[in-house]
Design a protein around this ligand. Structure first.
Ligand code: 5GP
Ligand code: MN
Length: 340
C-alpha cells in the first residue's frame, strides 16, 4: 500500500480543475511518455487543463502513441513552453528523480516556477524538488507505479483505452517485455486489467518492436561488430561513433535496446554502450548488469550519472576513445567494489 496520506493529498489536489503540466525526462523512453500520456488521458477526464511538455524531441518509435500530437517540445519552442510552465498550478515529474534529467535549460525553468511539483518515479535516490513524492524502486516501471497510484486513488475508471495503451507501453518497454527481475504478479495483474480495458496488446508490441528501418538494423549490425569482450572482468561493451551513425542515417531512438545485447553473452554480468551523438555534446553511456553488480553506483561514481541497480546511464566529456580507455581502466581496478 502506498502511503495513504499521500494518496489523499493527491486526490484533494485533483478534486477541482487545475492547470497541470506533465513532464517526462529528456530523451523520453516508453515509460516516461507512457506515464505522461497515460496520466494526460486520465486528467483530461477529470476536467483539468493539461499540457505535456517533453524536454526534447520524442523518438520515432513512440510516434504512434495516443495523444502524442498534443505534446509540446521545450527545446523547439521555449517561449511557449515557459509560458505554459509559468501558468501551471501543478507540475508532475514523470520517470525522473532530479530536475537535471530534463536538461540544463528546462531544469532552470522548472526551478523557477512557483508550481507545486509532484514526482512519480522509480529511480534510486529521489531529489527533494517535489512537494509530493511517489518514489518506489520496487516498481519496474513508472507506468506500473502510476497504475497503482490511480488504483489506490479510486481512479481506475478513468483509465480508458488510450490511457491503458500508454501505461502498457511503459510497462512493456521498461520490463524488457516482462523479463526483467522486477516483473512480478502485480505487474501481470496490472497488465491483465489494462487488457480488460480493450487495448490491442499485440499491436502495441508490433508498433514498438517490429517497426525497424533497414538502416537501423544495419546500425545494430555495426554496433554488434564493434562489441569488445573483457572476459576476465565478465564485462562487454559496444560503441558507435558519430561516423557510424552518419553511415546508417541515424534517427533519434534508433539505438534503443542495443545496450542489452552485451549482456546476452554467457558469463557477462556487466555491459556498457558508448555513443558519440552530436546532440549530446560528449559521450552518452548506457550501463546494464545482471545480478548484484550495481551500475547505478558505478555510473554515479565515475560517469556523472545514475539510474537503477541493473540499468543506468552517464556521460563523459572525453573523446570516444579516451572514454573507452578510461572505462577499461576503471573496470580493471574498481569493478569488484560495486557488487552489493
Ligand atoms: P538508458 O541507458 O536507457 O538511457 O538509461 C537507463 C536508466 O538510467 C534509465 O532509468 C535512466 O533514467 C537512467 N539514466 C540514464 N542516463 C542517466 C544520466 O545521465 N543520469 C542519471 N541520473 N540517470 C540516467
Ligand atoms: Mn522508467
Amino acid at each position: 500500500m502506498m502511503n495513504e496520506k499521500k494518496i489523499d493529498e493527491l486526490k484533494s489536489i485533483l478534486a477541482s480543475p487545475k492547470k497541470i503540466v506533465l513532464v517526462p525526462h529528456r530523451n523520453p523512453d516508453g515509460d516516461a511518455m507512457g506515464a505522461a500520456l497515460g496520466l494526460y488521458s486520465v486528467l483530461v477526464q477529470l476536467q483539468h487543463e493539461v499540457h505535456v511538455i517533453s524536454p526534447n524531441e520524442i523518438p520515432h518509435f513512440l510516434n504512434w502513441m495516443p495523444e502524442i500530437g498534443k505534446v509540446s517540445i521545450f527545446e523547439n519552442n521555449e517561449k511557449e513552453a515557459l509560458q505554459i510552465l509559468n501558468q501551471a498550478d501543478y507540475i508532475f515529474a514523470l520517470d525522473f528523480n532530479i530536475l537535471a534529467r530534463t536538461g540544463e535549460k528546462m531544469e532552470k525553468a522548472l526551478e523557477n516556477t512557483a508550481a507545486f511539483k509532484i514526482m512519480i518515479d522509480h529511480h534510486q535516490m529521489p531529489g527533494d524538488f517535489a512537494k509530493l513524492i511517489f518514489s518506489d524502486t520496487a516498481f519496474g516501471s513508472t507506468c506500473e507505479l502510476l497504475y497503482t497510484i490511480l488504483m489506490q486513488a479510486g481512479f481506475l475508471k478513468y483509465i480508458n483505452k488510450d490511457a491503458a495503451t500508454c501505461l502498457y507501453t511503459g510497462i512493456v518497454t521498461d520490463s524488457g517485455s516482462f523479463r526483467f527481475p522486477k516483473t512480478n504478479s502485480s505487474t501481470h495483474n496490472a497488465v491483465a486489467d489494462l487488457i480488460e480495458k480493450g487495448i490491442d496488446n499485440p499491436q502495441i508490441h508490433n508498433a514498438l518492436f517490429d517497426n525497424n528501418s533497414y538502416n537501423r538494423l544495419q546500425l545494430l549490425g555495426k554496433a554488434l561488430q564493434n562489441m569488445v569482450l573483457l572476459s576476465e572482468s565478465k564485462t562487454s561493451y559496444i560503441y558507435l561513433s558519430e561516423k557510424d551513425l552518419q553511415q546508417f542515417d541515424y534517427q533519434k531512438g534508433d539505438t534503443e535496446g542495443f545496450v542489452n545485447y552485451g549482456l546476452t553473452i554467457t558469463g557477462i554480468d556487466f555491459t556498457a554502450f558508448f555513443i558519440e551523438r552530436k546532440e549530446d555534446a560528449g559521450i552518452k553511456i548506457s550501463f546494464r548488469s545482471q545480478g548484484n553488480f550495481d551500475v547505478n553506483l558505478f555510473a554515479r561514481r565515475f560517469f556523472n550519472g545514475g539510474g537503477h541497480i541493473n540499468a543506468a546511464g552517464g556521460n563523459s566529456d572525453l573523446s570516444l576513445e579516451e572514454t573507452i580507455n578510461r572505462f577499461k581502466e576503471i573496470v580493471k581496478n574498481y569493478k569488484s567494489e560495486f557488487y552489493v
